[in-house]
Design a protein around this ligand. Structure first.
Ligand SMILES: [Zn+2]
Length: 230
């Protein structure tokens, strides 16, 4: 079967997700008897293979509660496998609560954030993190700043290097080559937007700093504020 890229990636990380899921048996009405990992984080099919379903006489979609009678285990059949299952499950008791699948920690519900925290690689905090992410930031702006710091915007100087275009002239027709530093700071149009439209200034002698200078000053200022707890 020809799977999409997304599905191939999801299948690849199944084991990572599985190791973070914990099945807590309650009344047995929700968990699949054979496929859910409610016995010490293992499923009956993993322990005994799919043959166990055939031996039991129950369906593949059976819930755990279907292997019980009057609140006690009721495994049918006299196969050796069934004897083993009886021994394994006799210490597992039901409750009147719903079956519960927790993520990572007992009774913790699954969230996208918790899943990301569990599977993402961790690196040391970069010194410019407070410049990009801070309280009350605008996510769209932070994302743009993040790409800029990493140098991953598809700006013309890079596209020219890759051979995708034949000219790296600034999009705003100022005659200079287009780079991140130029686009965000040195381009006359950018300066007009900053000084006149946003700050209401008309003094043309005011000049924005170079990109690298601005980054370094902002990092120093923000780190200082962070260390002072402000
Ligand atoms: Zn320009």
């Amino acid at each position: 079967m020809d799977l999409s890229w997304t599905w191939r990636k999801l299948i690849k990380i199944r084991l990572v997700f599985k190791s973070n899921l914990h099945y807590k048996l309650g009344n047995g009405e929700s968990f699949n008897l054979w496929l859910d990992t409610w016995i010490n984080n293992q499923s009956l099919v993993e322990i005994y293979s799919h043959r166990v379903i055939y031996d039991s006489g129950l369906s593949r979609n059976a819930k755990v509660i279907e292997a019980t009678k009057d609140g006690c285990w009721d495994w049918k059949g006299s196969f050796a496998t069934m004897e083993d299952i009886r021994a394994r499950t006799c210490f597992i008791h039901f409750s009147n609560q719903d079956d519960f699948v927790s993520w990572n920690k007992p009774r913790q519900s699954f969230t996208i954030k918790a899943a990301l925290e569990a599977i993402r690689p961790y690196n040391n905090r970069v010194e410019w993190s407070s410049m990009v992410w801070f309280p009350n930031n605008i996510p769209k702006h932070s994302f743009c700043a993040w790409l800029t710091v990493l140098g991953t915007h598809n700006i013309k100087d890079k596209l020219l290097e890759w051979g995708g275009i034949t000219s790296n002239q600034c999009l705003f027709a100022c005659g200079s080559p287009e780079s991140a530093s130029h686009l965000f700071f040195q381009c006359p149009l950018s300066q007009k937007v900053y000084f006149q439209n946003l700050m209401g200034l008309t003094n043309e002698r005011l000049k924005l700093p170079q990109w690298s200078q601005w980054v370094s000053k902002t990092i120093t200022r923000r780190n200082l504020h962070a260390s002072l707890g402000s």
